[in-house]
Design a protein around this ligand. Structure first.
Ligand code: ZN
Length: 176
């Protein structure tokens, strides 16, 4: 069992410049998979020669497609929140994303920003994002909170890469 203080410290390991990169990576992956699923689904449905269903079947298809689209939009909003997007901009974009082409543009822009933010911290982000194990391995304990430099064995108390003082939990970890 972990106390609340321990859990928040564990989560804080992944925060760089106020952005929780583990949360961001998780949400980015979710949106990418949902988007891939919806794109493949719609391609199969509308492909020439796709089997035509009964009227009831078609209604079910459309319902599923719309739900996936809504899930993609909701996921995109969650990524924008993880990126700490300004609240007014977030509301404006959420409303605009009801429009079909706009949601794609927002998704592309948001995904690009998420990738850039994650790469800045030294993560290798692929087409489908970056795996959670990779985030934990590269940004976990004993990494600089500012630049992710590996601080194992550091005795100066200052990050040699960017000069930021090492936070207390990390220093305690080294002492213990
Ligand atoms: Zn640093």
């Amino acid at each position: 069992m972990h106390t609340i203080g321990e859990i928040s410290r564990m989560e804080a390991q992944f925060v760089r410049d106020g952005v929780d990169l583990r949360l961001l990576a998780r949400r980015q992956r979710m949106v990418l998979w949902l988007f891939l699923g919806s794109a493949v689904g719609e391609l199969l449905l509308f492909a020439p020669g796709a089997s035509r269903l009964t009227a009831q079947g078609a209604v079910v298809e459309v319902m599923i497609m719309l739900s996936v689209r809504v899930a993609v939009i909701a996921g995109t909003v969650l990524v924008l929140r993880a990126l700490r997007t300004n609240v007014m901009l977030l509301i404006a974009l959420t409303v605009l994303m009801i429009l079909p082409l706009v949601n794609l543009l927002v998704l592309l822009a948001e995904n690009g920003r998420a990738t850039k933010t994650l790469r800045k911290a030294g993560l290798r982000v692929g087409l489908m994002g970056v795996k959670d194990e990779e985030v934990v391995r590269l940004l976990g304990a004993n990494r600089c909170r500012k630049c992710s430099y590996d601080l194992t064995g550091n005795l100066t108390g200052v990050c040699p890469e960017c000069g930021v003082p090492i936070a207390a939990p990390m220093a305690r970890g080294l002492a213990g």
